[in-house]
Design a protein around this ligand. Structure first.
Ligand code: SPV
Ligand code: MG
Length: 668
């Protein structure tokens, strides 16, 4: 596709403005002339070849075009008799260069980018018309029948629409018109409009009316037109456009949509905060501050701001952009509530949502998968728990004891109030790991087997892992456990201050359990801290004083001693339904220690909401066994139902469909 721009005219109605250069070089804004704007928009629309007819001041014009340094190849054709002919003859002079689809425009037309984009995207030949503007007395009007332009001229008023000499002409349609132009010129009819030749075709050139309504598309004939258009341009150039990005890599698809958005106005980019990204898709590989810098350095981006939540509300109310741009992928699915909110906020102040087709390109998906794969590497995974704690203050953790339960924790996501929520990390529980193996929770399942479970989970997930290390075993063994876990990419081990044959804490005092001495346990923590190789790995000391009914003071004394010994976090446990003792512990601990993370396993005391725990000063909430406790009853029920019914049909309704299983476990 190439453009044909007609610039042979004298532009005499512009007065002194055209005394030294052709009309197309008239300034319409502090930075642009009619022509430089046309050429820039053509280049942006992908038109890289321009045939330009010239006349008076042709040298000035040629030099000017070259000085613009646009990615456009020019062919200049001078109409030698420009003063005595109309542009029909200029086209005739240029005819050898026009065997292509053509964007034809007069050199004095100013239009906004959307008009040209619509024109260039049209699958059929078309002429820009407006159904909303009044019919001009002396300018072009198009007679339109069934959407097809029949006649163009200043004399038609019936069935006519305001029209501008801005066309897209598909090669075959254009050939019909061009042949007529040649016929006219060779018969000496050179002082008429090229449209007079078109009118002889009576609509056979198949030029459709492209209704651009109130979009700017206007010729400049005189100084009044110039003032009017310059005013419109100022208003257009002050329009703002808002887009949100959560990506940590910028690829061609992003640049494409940014370029489209920039055509609508000054582009403000909202970079989604780390916390919002972590909740909404996955932990960001690049922090928000750096992602903002990335976008600031894209040419033509007007402003970059942080968007704290998935909801656009705060930034839309602050910046009141004229447009919000998004891919059309959020029309359905989990982002729909966010979109609905955007639509209603825009409606309140007259903004507009513009949706472009989503670039569902495999190569971009592969890029994202590569980034995701990086999150599962040991170093990257290990360090993320600390980062999440810093970022969110409260981290939620769900139990996983196998690849499939790991995947459930990895992928389960809920959409609430225009936001998203997913678990931050996984807990490899001794109770659930033992139960899955049909063994009691008494440190019977050995470390090799526990590591195997971690490996199964790690192979299919990316989220950080907290490992239930029971008592940690002998100090001499514990140091090796620390190093092995660290090497694997586990983020934290929690060890409890008990010795001898460990029993699950939820038995409480019903079974014989021995609490370790503060000295011994502190020594174990110290040895573990000395053994680890990276600053990322965390050792959490779990205090069993409340479980074993040794009192609050004992719990607190131990907590402070273990922090002193180097513990990176404290877990306080209780098996009471009433959360009071846990709340009391947090309050008393926080009175002296504001920083050390507090870990809770609210299995028994399960009535408190996460937000309240956060306010009280807790930092990690572990849902320690709910997948195990819901999964196995469902299995027992299925087994019983089949036995009772002597067939599987009755249990079918309670089964996950094969399709769901397949989706849960994708093939790589
Ligand atoms: C586990 O999940 O194995 C735990 C937490 O240690 S609890 O069962 O509450 O002791
Ligand atoms: Mg345990």
């Amino acid at each position: 596709m190439r453009a044909l721009i007609l610039n042979s005219g004298l532009g005499s109605r512009m007065g002194v403005l055209t005394s030294e250069h052709p009309k197309c070089m008239t300034e319409i804004s502090p930075r642009e002339t009619i022509l430089s704007r046309q050429l820039r928009l053509l280049a942006d629309a992908g038109v890289d070849e321009v045939v330009m007819t010239t006349g008076l001041f042709d040298e000035v014009l040629v030099n000017y075009c070259r000085s613009l340094e646009l990615p456009i190849r020019f062919t200049f054709v001078k109409n030698p008799v420009y003063a005595d002919t109309n542009y029909i003859y200029s086209i005739y002079c240029a005819r050898e260069h026009l065997d292509d689809d053509i964007v034809l425009m007069h050199g004095d037309i100013v239009f906004e980018a959307e008009v040209l984009d619509k024109l260039v995207a049209s699958p059929v030949s078309c002429m820009t018309v407006s159904s909303t503007l009044p019919l001009p007395e002396k300018d072009f009007k198009a007679v339109v029948k069934d959407g097809i332009v029949q006649k163009v001229g200043i004399e038609f008023f019936d069935d006519a629409m305001e029209a501008q000499a801005l066309y897209l002409l598909k090669r075959n349609d254009w050939k019909l018109w061009l042949d007529k132009i040649v016929e006219f010129c060779e018969a000496g009819k050179t002082k008429v409009y090229a449209e007079n030749a078109l009118n002889e075709l009576d609509g056979k050139a198949n030029i459709h009316a492209l209704d651009v309504q109130d979009l700017l598309c206007q010729e400049i004939d005189n100084p009044e037109d110039l003032a009017n258009v310059s005013g419109r341009l100022k208003e257009i150039e002050n329009r703002t456009v808002y887009m949100t990005f959560s990506t940590d890599i910028i690829h061609g698809g992003h640049i494409q949509i940014i370029r489209k958005a920039q055509k609508l106005g000054k582009l403000i980019i909202g970079v989604l905060s780390d916390e919002a990204v972590a909740n909404y898709k996955r932990f960001p590989l690049v922090p928000a501050t750096e992602r903002m810098v990335m976008f600031e350095n894209i040419a033509g981006v007007y402003k970059v701001v942080e968007q704290k939540t998935l909801s656009y509300r705060e930034n839309l109310e602050k910046f009141k952009p004229d447009f919000v741009v998004h891919g059309d992928d959020w029309v359905t699915g989990f982002q729909k509530p966010v979109r609905d909110e955007v639509v209603s906020i825009l409606a309140a102040y007259g903004g507009k949502l513009v949706e472009f087709p989503y670039a569902n390109d495999q190569k971009y998906k592969d890029l994202d998968n590569r980034a995701k794969a990086e999150l599962s590497l040991p170093d990257v995974r290990r360090s993320r728990l600390k980062k999440l704690l810093e970022m969110k203050g409260l981290v939620t953790v769900m139990e996983a004891h196998s690849g499939i339960t790991g995947l459930i924790v990895e992928k389960t996501c809920v959409y609430q109030d225009g936001g998203t929520k997913q678990f931050d990390a996984m807990w490899v529980s001794s109770l659930c790991d033992s139960t899955a193996k049909g063994k009691p929770d008494i440190e019977l399942v050995d470390m090799t087997s526990r590591f195997r479970t971690i490996d199964d989970i790690m192979e299919v997930t990316t989220k950080p892992i907290i490992f239930d290390g029971d008592t940690g075993g002998l100090t001499e063994h514990f140091v090796y456990t620390v190093r092995s876990l660290e090497r694997m990419g586990v983020s934290m081990i929690i060890i409890e201050d008990k010795t001898g044959l460990k029993k699950n804490s939820l038995f409480g005092t019903e079974v014989q359990q021995t609490q370790d001495s503060i000295e011994n346990f502190s020594a174990k923590i110290r040895a573990g801290k000395a053994a680890q190789k990276t600053p990322d790995f965390m050792i959490c000391a779990r205090i069993e004083s409340l479980i074993l009914e040794r009192g609050m003071d004992d719990a607190l004394t131990r907590a402070f001693a273990f922090v002193e010994a180097g513990a990176d976090a404290i877990m306080i446990h209780s098996r009471k339904k009433d959360p009071s003792e846990i709340k009391e512990f947090i309050e008393k601990f926080r009175a002296q220690d504001k920083a050390t993370p507090i870990v809770l396993v609210p299995t028994s005391f399960n009535t408190v909401y996460e937000e309240e725990w956060k306010e009280l000063g807790a930092n990690i909430i572990i849902y320690a066994n709910q997948l195990t406790r819901t999964g196995f009853p469902a299995m027992q029920n299925a087994a019983r139902t089949i036995l009772e019914n002597h067939r599987a049909k009755e249990c079918d309704d309670t089964c996950m469909s094969i399709k769901e299983i397949i989706n849960l476990i994708p093939e790589e």
